[in-house]
Design a protein around this ligand. Structure first.
Ligand code: KPL
Length: 303
């Protein structure tokens, strides 16, 4: 049995793209910022990139009710999770499923604290990429989505796959979250610092930096009981060239918005400290991004 409706909370780049594609077959409402919502209501949502077309999901500013059998996909930035979910805590019930489709580590714990134990909460990750620079318009690149194995995960995967969003259930989501975290630890801060597209940091000059980041992450993951493949750095090198988008962190910096650094490299530093593992490269990246955040978007003048 599929869900009766899908709500997307935090409809920015990824959320809007997923919502648009899911609206091919399902009743979807996007919840996002005013300009975006107004544009989608008037003109629909225009996707370009791997998909070209205009889609017509519903769009609203606020969630006022959560009907039974709703799938709530959360694609807010990870630092917005608690506030966004806590503000609708009074609407929660046990016929609600929440899918957290975000970057970062520790998201499910944050969501659980925000909403209590009534809803079913599932974690997902995606390697799909999206850019959002103008209300109502999103550029999208397909990727694979993984959802933790849990109550109603299969139904979500079927719904996603039926709309062209390649999705699988993961029996070991913790390892997958860490693998994605390491990818983000390399791509997101470097692209944001240099203000370049993902493939541009594949350059040889940055190879030793990329590998040093991964090396620290692998040691911390191991201490957390997560065994990632030793050739992850080479794997990242080999996929980097395929990403012709600006990472989400680079987009945040371009827009002068806070980034997810505390939940990406910042988490590796925090856990490294807990286990007595030095993480100087990740620490430097955190410091650089914090410096950029505190100076607004003067660093990135491309937009
Ligand atoms: O997760 C991403 C992000 O930008 O945050 C990737 C997959 C690296 C795409 O850019």
């Amino acid at each position: 049995m599929a869900f009766d409706r899908i709500f997307v909370l935090g409809a920015g780049a990824i959320g809007s793209a997923f919502g648009a594609l899911l609206s091919r077959k399902f009743d979807v409402t996007l919840f996002g910022n005013k300009q975006h919502v107004e544009t989608v209501k008037l003109h629909g949502l225009e996707l370009s990139g791997d998909v070209d077309g205009v889609f017509y999901p519903e769009a609203e500013l606020e969630i006022n009710s959560l009907p039974p059998n709703t799938l709530l996909i959360v694609t807010t930035k990870v630092h917005r999770t608690f506030a966004a979910l806590n503000s609708i805590k009074h609407l929660m019930h046990n016929e609600l499923t929440i899918l957290l489709l975000q970057n970062g580590l520790g998201n499910k714990e944050i969501a659980r604290k925000a909403v209590g134990d009534k809803p079913n909460i599932l974690r997902g990750i995606t390697s799909a990429a999206a850019e959002f620079f103008q209300p109502g318009k999103v550029r999208f690149w397909f990727g694979k989505t993984l959802i933790e194995n849990g109550f109603r995960s299969n139904e979500i995967a079927e719904m996603f796959n039926s709309c062209g969003l390649k999705t699988e259930i993961s029996k070991d989501i913790k390892t997958e979250i860490w693998r994605k975290l390491v990818v983000n630890c390399v791509i997101n801060p470097l692209t944001a610092i240099f203000c370049v597209k993902n493939f541009e940091i594949a350059s040889d000059e940055l190879k030793s930096v990329r590998h040093a980041i991964v090396d620290e992450c692998l040691k911390v993951a191991e201490a957390e009981g997560v065994h990632l493949s030793k050739d992850l750095a080479e794997m990242i090198d080999s996929v980097l060239g395929n990403y012709t988008n600006y990472s989400s962190m680079c987009q945040d910096v371009m827009k002068g918005k806070p980034t997810e650094i505390d939940f990406i490299n910042g988490k590796v530093v925090e856990l490294g400290r807990k286990h007595g593992i030095p993480t100087p490269i990740n620490q430097v990246l955190v410091n650089f991004i914090k410096f950029i955040e505190s100076h607004g978007h003067e660093f990135c003048r491309k937009n």
